[in-house]
Structures are given as C-alpha cells and as structure tokens.
Design a protein around this ligand. Structure first.
Ligand code: UT7
Length: 337
C-alpha cells in the first residue's frame, strides 16, 4: 500500500456504453435449464446486456463510446489526453491492444496507450496506475476505460449455465487530471495476486496447455470460461472484507469515514456479506448487478457513473474502489475527492 506523489489527481468525469440487446433471466430460461428464481436468489442478477457483433458492437466500439461520453463530460478533447489505459480481458484481437485504437479514434496526439489485463480487478489496477503516473508529474490528463465482453466466452446452453447466467457486456470510462491541490487523489491503494488460484477462473485456449489437470479439455469447448464457482465465492467473501480493512488501516480511517464503496459487482450476496461485516449503510454501497450482471472490468465504472450522474459524489468525499477476480487478483483504490 502506498499513496500517490507530488501532485493532486482528480477524477473529472465518467461515461458508459451498453450493447443494445438486453437478455433477461426469462430469456435464458428458453435457452437452457435454468430459472429466474435460481439466478436471482443465487446472484441478484435479473438481466444483462449482450453484444451483437453483426451490429458492429465489439470491445473497441463499446470502449470508444464510453470514452467519448467521459471526455465530453470532462470538457476535454482527444488531443488533451496524454495517456489511455484500457482494462480488458476480452480484447478483439491479441494485437494491437484496444487502447491505441481508441486513442486514435479520439484523435489524440501520439498519446501513450496500452491495455491492462487483470480481469475484474483491471479497472482498479488501471486507476492506481494512472494516479501514480499523474501524481509523479509524468502525465497530465489520462483516460481509463474498463470494457469486457464475456458473452464471447460463455455458452448459452445448459452445459454452460453455471457461467453464462452471471456475465454481461459493458464499458465504462473515467477521465483523470492532475490538479494543484495535493490533498486530492489517492489516499491508499492495493494491487494483489495469487496465481495459485488461477484454476478457479480461466479460459483455456489450447488443450495441451490446461492450467488444471482435473479439467477435461474434451468436456467443454476451448475458449470458454471455466469456473469453480464455490472456490471463487469463498475467495471473494474472505478476501473482500480483508481488503477493505487493510485499505482503511493504510489510510488511518474507519469504515464510517468512507462516503462511497464502489465495488466490483460479481454477486449480490458477496457484496451484502461485506456490507454487513462493516455495518455499511446500503446507500454507501451501491449494488446494480440486477441490471447488468457481472461486467468484469466495466462493473466498477458502471457503478461510479450512476453515482456521478446522480450527483452523489461531492468534493471533499472519500471513495473506495474495490475489485477482485480471475488471476486471482484483488485491489483497492481509496480516493479523496
Ligand atoms: O468476478 C468473479 C466471477 N465469479 C463469481 O463471482 C462467482 C462466485 N460464485 C458464485 O457466485 C456461486 O458459486 C454461483 C452463483 C456461481 C453458483 O452458486 P452455488 O450456490 O455455488 O451453486 P453450485 O455451483 O453449488 O450449484 C448448485 C446446483 C448444481 O446442481 P446440483 O449438482 O446440486 O444438482 C448446479 O448444477 O445448481 C446447478 N446450477 C444451476 N441451476 C440452475 C448451476 N448453474 C445453474 C443455473 N440454473 N444457471
């Protein structure tokens, strides 16, 4: 855990982009052996969005649309950006990365641009990276995008029901800028991993290169997400509260000092367990998984954008961003607004 450098850093704005197609739990009932009741009770999810590639919806276009909304709301233009970071585990292609394509489409002037792959922790890791680079004085105006299309890696069938009901496609973005008030910006942060838990959540691409000996490469198509749901659940419910406690300790704060906990939306039950552990009021920990499902790197900016557009984030407030997911990875980013 460490705090940022000599300059202040502000999150100026946010933006989101969603595919046109909404897929409800009832829609899934017609595709696989599942029920609205099972999905709602186990996860809190009622619907999710899913891209239609034939309509030109992909990682690049969704990320770009969220970015355009964020930079317009920030009152900046493409040439003002000197760095673009895209958090994604579902780029359209292995290379080029998504970030240079978005930077180019926004008309930046040779801005640095790279993708950051840390699954559901990707947006938090990107916020921390951007804040450190701005705080050090190296960069001034940075766009961070979180975008993921897990519909590409799940099967909408009874065989794939344990993962396909959970995930949704979306993009979210923020614009961050250096400011003269050094009190604004990161108060504490954490970026952690445990590759020993990689097999709990992974997408194998090659039958000779499976991470888990117990996983039968013939039993399920390659390029599809394999998840050991209960292990992930146990990891999340134990790690998530520890992460909150460690981040509060690092900043010398208590749970009540935080105005908003902006959390990765993987399961409403996981969020509720953390909320109860710290006695956090419901209005301080927004849950929107019912409308979007788990959107991986996009889930945190989707929550932040809701709070932001409802004018609930105010100057002087403290906001803790929290993410955890495949890798295994987990991280926090505690901000003074
Ligand atoms: O960003 C991180 C992403 N991943 C997560 O956060 C996942 C964390 N894990 C979870 O949220 C939960 O483990 C799940 C919601 C995925 C599953 O809930 P669970 O209570 O752990 O269920 P389970 O895996 O133990 O499965 C219970 C039963 C099984 O049937 P049997 O063996 O008891 O007959 C499954 O086959 O539920 C069955 N099942 C379903 N039934 C209806 C699994 N998926 C479905 C489904 N609809 N979609």
């Amino acid at each position: 855990m460490s705090t940022s450098g000599a300059f202040g850093v502000q999150i100026l704005s946010s933006g989101v982009a969603l595919p046109q197609r909404v897929v409800t739990n009832r829609d899934l009932e017609s595709l696989m052996d599942t029920t609205d009741e099972w999905i709602t009770k186990r996860t809190g999810i009622r619907q999710r969005y899913s891209v239609d590639p034939a309509k030109g919806e992909n990682t690049r276009t969704l990320g770009l649309n969220a970015a355009k909304q964020a930079i317009e709301r920030a009152g900046v233009t493409g040439p003002d950006l000197d760095l673009v970071i895209v958090a994604t585990m579902t780029p359209d292609m292995p290379t080029p990365a998504t970030a240079p394509l978005i930077a180019h489409a926004l008309g930046t002037n040779d801005a640095g641009a790279f993708d950051l792959s840390a699954a559901c922790s990707g947006f938090v890791f990107s916020l921390n990276t951007a804040a450190a680079l701005i705080g050090s004085g190296a960069y001034s105006t940075v766009l961070v995008v979180g975008v993921d299309l897990l519909s590409r890696h799940v099967e909408f069938s009874t065989r794939g029901r344990s993962t396909s009901v959970l995930f949704g496609d979306a993009a979210g973005a923020v614009v961050m800028r250096r400011c003269t008030d050094p009190a604004k910006g990161l108060l504490a942060q954490a970026m952690c991993s445990d590759g020993g838990g990689a097999t709990h959540l992974y997408i194998p691409c090659d039958k000779d290169n499976m991470l888990c000996e117990d996983d039968d490469p013939e039993a399920f198509p390659l390029d599809q997400l394999r998840m050991h749901g209960q292990q992930v659940f146990r990891f999340a419910v134990s790690k998530f509260p520890n992460l909150i406690a460690e981040t509060l300790d690092a900043a010398g704060l208590g749970p009540n000092d935080i105005d908003h906990y902006v959390c990765h939306q993987s399961n409403a039950r996981i969020l509720e367990a953390a909320r109860q552990r710290f006695d956090i009021p419901t209005e301080k920990l927004r849950v929107n998984i019912d409308r979007y499902g788990n959107t991986v790197a996009a889930s945190i900016p989707l929550v932040f954008d809701e709070l932001n557009t409802e004018h609930l984030i105010k100057p002087g407030q403290k906001v803790m961003f929290l993410g955890f997911g495949a890798g295994l990875t987990w991280g926090s980013s505690l901000w003074q607004f």
